[in-house]
Write a protein that binds this ligand. Structure first.
Ligand code: NA7
Length: 536
């Protein structure tokens, strides 16, 4: 869209973000005949897959599942090449969506949303953006992503470093050549686990700074077998529906076995875990139905993975350092290709910063316990201010000028992860309090967008103008999310699900485990006349 065309535009919907969520929202808004515009800070569409271009970046959900199911022709025609798609293939898919559904004319790129303010007298939102053009809309939909606000730790001396620095979530488009360089990677989450083997293969030396050892299972990525693809596509809708009935909204290949690990003897455990290890991927945690519910059950998986690390890593000291003593899956389980074996390379070194943290960065390198580790490049694989970070960076004001930052100062509060009391007509796609990051995000995005579109359509059909979560419904929902989370192992570590990775962020478990139960509640709320929402 040209700036002139957008000038002071009156819209039905402003959508913030043009990743999977923003684009699907825009498509459905078009279908409903709404005037909609998606505003995107990147200079291309794609969201997560636009920004995370680090070497080795792939999705950890299989490509046949990590794709839209709303359009029969689209899912039949699109051909994924590998079991786990690369970042570039996913980005091509998203660009294809933008073209196929004629979305680009209503996407404004390279523009940051700075504030959204609700005007009670007109019942409309004013949206201020970095291009200086004011938009006014009935609805605002936050499609800002759960992992989009990069977290670069505020380490003393960081800005005085003499070499190059990168964050995995803001990787240069032209790529980075590490040949002949001494490289540091800080962090050992998914982004590090995926990029470390590639960086190690190219760099002269790689030093990894590990604060918490991570759990990783092999991807066993491979080209997709055309026969398997044809079989899935023959009844794709049913296959996706089965997946949506599972807790994480995916798992079409290897569903969860409804058996407790605590009822299995050692031989059975070893056999099951061997099988899942060979299959690869997140299906490992579906070997038994209580691995994420019971710490004792979880310990069986932990013992198994530790034994694998001991086999894969030759140096016993390094293997010990890489072996976590935490709950498997409490932080998102990593899916790797050659991660552990990379530590057998002579040019790779692991530095434990669990008890002696990175002290500071000086012009030449990273200082730990008084020792300078000299490097040419630093890669921050340090994750994101997850789930709330992108919203927090926008000045959002609802009724009475109340800011979202204030409303969420003790942690995010939502009703169904879709709306926030005091912020009428503002929706969050995959917001805190919804299953979001614990699921196949595409399934969650489709469900949220469709719910929001229905809500708007019903509002219009009923001659109403606003929809807003009530305080009571929101308070009850927040209590429910906490109660569900308390029955899982997710409270047992300092994860980004809890906000624990960002200093000063309130510790609140943000996503809701259990997609099918959640979806059922969303449907019931609608059937019950939008129970818990005030509509005027
Ligand atoms: P993650 O999973 O949040 O990982 C970040 C890593 O960075 C993790 O190992 C952190 O250690 C580490 N970290 C963060 N700050 C520091 C400091 N100051 N010093 C040392 N180490 C630090 O982010 P990713 O990008 O890898 O993955 C995010 C999600 O994307 C992933 O879960 C998938 O869903 C896809 P910690 O564990 O906090 O001790």
């Amino acid at each position: 869209m040209t700036s002139a065309a957008a000038a002071n535009r009156e819209l039905d919907v402003v959508i913030v973000g043009a990743g999977f969520a923003g684009l699907y929202m825009l498509h459905r808004a078009h279908e409903l005949g709404l005037q909609a515009e998606a505003i995107e800070r990147g200079d291309g569409v794609g969201g997560t897959w636009y920004w995370n271009r680090y070497p080795g970046a792939r999705c950890d959900v299989p490509s046949m599942e990590y794709s839209f199911g709303f359009d029969h022709d689209l899912e039949q025609e699109w051909e994924w090449t590998e079991k786990y798609a690369t970042q570039s293939e996913i980005l091509s898919y998203i660009e294809h969506i933008a073209d196929r559904f004629n979305l680009r004319d209503d996407v404004t790129l390279s523009t940051t949303v700075e504030s959204c303010r609700f005007d009670e007298s007109s019942g409309r939102w004013s949206v201020a953006t970095s291009d200086g053009i004011d938009r006014c809309a009935r609805f605002v939909v936050m499609a800002t992503g759960c992992l989009s606000a990069a977290n670069v730790p505020d380490i003393e001396g960081r800005d005085g470093f003499g070499g190059r620095t990168f964050h995995t979530g803001r990787w240069p488009h032209e790529g980075v050549d590490f040949s002949g360089r001494r490289v540091a990677v800080i962090g050992t989450g998914s982004s590090a686990v995926q990029s470390i083997p590639f960086i190690a293969a190219e760099a002269d030396r790689l030093t990894v700074f590990q604060r918490t050892a991570t759990w990783a299972v092999p991807a066993h990525n491979e080209p997709l077998d055309p026969a398997v693809v044809a079989e899935i596509k023959a009844d794709y809708a049913a296959w996706r529906e089965t997946a949506r009935d599972s807790s994480s909204a995916f798992g079409g290949y290897y569903p969860r076995r409804e058996v407790s690990a605590l009822d299995a003897d050692d031989a059975e455990l070893a056999g099951q875990f061997d099988e899942r290890w060979e299959v690869g991927g997140l299906s490992f945690l579906r070997a038994y139905n209580d691995l994420l519910l019971d710490e004792q059950a979880n310990a069986t998986a932990a013992d198994y993975i530790r034994s694998k690390i001991a086999e894969l890593v030759h140096d016993p000291g390094t293997a010990a350092l890489l072996s976590p003593d935490t709950i498997v899956g409490c932080k998102r389980l990593c899916v790797d290709t050659d991660y552990y074996a990379t530590y057998n390379r002579p040019n790779v070194r692991l530095i434990d910063v669990s008890s002696d943290p990175v002290e500071r960065i000086d012009a030449t390198g990273i200082v730990v316990d008084g020792v300078v580790h000299a490097v040419d490049d630093i890669v921050f694989a340090t994750g994101f201010d997850a789930m709330t970070g992108a919203l927090d960076r926008i000045a959002i004001e609802g009724r009475g000028g109340r800011s979202l930052r204030d409303a969420w100062s003790a942690g995010p509060l939502t009703y169904l992860g879709l709306q926030i009391a005091g912020f009428p007509n503002l929706f969050t796609i995959t917001g805190p309090g919804s299953p979001s990051v614990l699921t196949n995000m595409i399934a969650s995005i489709e469900q949220h967008v469709e719910w929001i579109i229905d809500a708007i359509e019903t509002l219009d059909a009923g001659g109403m103008s606003t929809i807003e979560a009530s305080d009571e419904a929101q308070a009850q929902w927040v209590g429910h999310v906490n109660e569900v989370a308390n029955h899982t192992v997710f409270h047992g570590c300092s994860s980004w699900y809890l906000g624990a990775n960002v200093p000063g962020k309130p510790r609140v478990f943000m996503p809701l485990p259990g997609f099918p139960e959640y979806r059922a509640v969303c449907d019931e709320v609608v059937a019950d006349g939008y129970r818990g929402f005030v509509r005027t």
